[in-house]
Design a protein around this ligand. Sequence first.
Ligand SMILES: *Cc1c(COP(=O)(O)O)cnc(C)c1O
Length: 394
Amino acid sequence: MTTSDSVPELPRVNPIRLSELPLRPELVGQEPYGAPQLDVPVCLNVNENPYPPSAAVRRDMAKAVSEVAGQLNRYPDREALDLRADLARYVGFGVGVDQVWAANGSNEVMIEILEAFAGPGRTVMTFTPTYSMYPEYARNTHSEYVTAERNAWFGIDAPAAIEAINAAGADVVLLTTPNNPTGTAVPVAVIEEICRGTEAMIVVDEAYQEFADTPADSAIALLPKYGRLIVVRTLSKAFALAGGRVGYAVAAPAVIDALRIVRLPYHLSATTQAVARTALAHAPEMLERVDELRATRAAMSEWLRLHGLEVVDSQSNFVLFGRFADRHGVFQGLLDRGVLVREVGPEGYLRVCAGTPEQTDAFQDALLEVLASARVLGHDDPAATAPTTQESTS
Ligand SMILES: *Cc1c(COP(=O)(O)O)cnc(C)c1O
């Protein structure tokens, strides 16, 4: 007889339940949010660039990582100065290194902005339908979160926006252009009017800017005139580096100094900095499929309209289309055929992003089958004609 017969064996893992932990009250019952990561042949659900970095770029990345590996016992450059200088060169507009900040995805940049300028007793405002991560950033930074509706075309009108911002007493305003999940753009002139009409920090999320018809038409041009403006961008979408986790902000040097106060020490790893710098050194190559993807988005919009569907005018690499009485049925029908899209946005709509020609063909073939197989079109269904607001992660 061994003692293990008499002594109850301890469980390998502590069985405490989430409901027994002293979780912050506002987190109780909440789920980690995000798009499903399913193993499906055709993934058109999170707006990635479908083309991986080329073999030559991959070789250079491996070399760069191997070089920094020799110093991984040391902390990385806390200020990421070389990377920020590369980003400044890439952005153009005469922007200097002191006007650029980089972090682990624009997600982290946004959190830092709210840590610096929002927080307890302060209010973050945005215009829906829009990116579903915004309320989470607000929650995580203990900020109030308020929304106003976009107009009927999912755009933003300056006078109404200014009134809503001032009425809410918003401290930080998030304007997304091109917007996710609608793909609609907010003209720079409208952003300028909003900057002029409020005292709030205005954050313009340009995650999809490179896919716009005129990418140079950016809010970055307004920075010399408006000290409270911040433009946030990412290497995750057009730049084909979602796995590298690099986003950046462009703003006045004083704004960058504010972000430097709240950032975690050594937040951006040496390997991330090396990979991002290599990607930026190959910028034309990393971006070489953007024109093709823009054309694919346009052709896909046209094709969907030809098949009797409603399509929101998109300036990004994805389109919101519908409207379906049973959008979940269409989503599931596509998934059953190996095509993953996103069930997101106003009632009745689905979102699909531009893929390779093969992926786009697979999507279109699958959609035709689904439409032929079920009564899913809901033009006459009142339930499908009353858009309500739902939002979208990545
Ligand atoms: C995808 C996306 C981002 C990018 O987030 P990263 O953290 O940089 O990957 C930011 N904003 C919007 C609106 C997006 O759709």
